[in-house]
Write a protein that binds this ligand. Sequence first.
Ligand code: PEP
Ligand code: MN
Length: 339
Amino acid sequence: MIVIMQPGASEAQIDHVIERIGQLGLTPHVSKGQFRTVIGAVGDKQPAHQHILESLEGVDRVVPIMRPFKLASREFHADNSVVNVCGVPIGGPGLTIIAGPCAVEDEPMLRRIATACKARGAVILRGGAYKPRTSPYDFQGLGQDGLKILRQVGDELRMPIVSEVLSAGEVELVGKYVDMFQVGARNMQNFYLLKEVGDTGKPVLLKRGMAASIRELLMSAEYILARGNRNVVLCERGIKTFETEVRFTLDVSCVPVAKHESHLPIIVDPSHAAGKRHLVGPLALAGIAAGADGVIVEVHDRPEEALCDGPQALLPDMLGELADQIAKVGAALGRSMVK
Ligand code: PEP
Ligand code: MN
């Protein structure tokens, strides 16, 4: 349930409500809105709790949250949330471009590609060091060495970095290097991993599972939020359908549905959906037109040599062209580019 405070409620009144929620064995989560403060009380609640909280000073009313995803819902937090990745916002009025190779292959390669991406409008650098591959014989990533390279190049170019973490046991190690964790599609319902990245408080890019519903995506986000980490960015990256012309089907409807249900930012990953570079641009633009807060795209300057996902990698100049088009679609929607 949520405790909706009166518009002029004092800090002392808010603190008292938070204290009482704790005493009732519930976990308080505070959401400061433009006009009033809302306090979520999550946990095993009893009917009497509502009346106890309603009787407190400064409380306007107490209402149950109807959605199963409580903290991710707009009932709990009406305004759009903005996630700050080391100074780069995702989810505000601007559109954010995250780009880089699928995998970190070596240092010169990452430096070349990252420099090219930055020059063409990318503001956050991506690169996988731990790769979830369908085949155990495929390149699995450079591991910690890859993270070191990513950190080095990110620092040189002053770009925050995002990289995937595959297991709960590796969160501490990966967290020493990255500015934002990526939880991949194959791990969207790895609840131990979600709790662990939740505990770090660091931004998390949560990708939708390829066979997961939008509601399941929001429930996974809830796992991270329930640990007190508000920095969750959703990502639609394509789902399995009967269509074989694309690697996955980018579910554009996920964007407006998630926006309607949740205050969390959402971006699209057209690269893994498309599987082919000529489809990446149109899908990215469709996502932006549908209301996404940005894109994450794979880029390689020598895609034929790429150790992972070469066919879907944009060439650097294709990213430049796409960034221009995103800016135009964004302008039509009253949105600017995050620089
Ligand atoms: C990736 O971003 O390289 C990746 C493996 O993505 P996904 O989890 O969406 O397949
Ligand atoms: Mn990839």
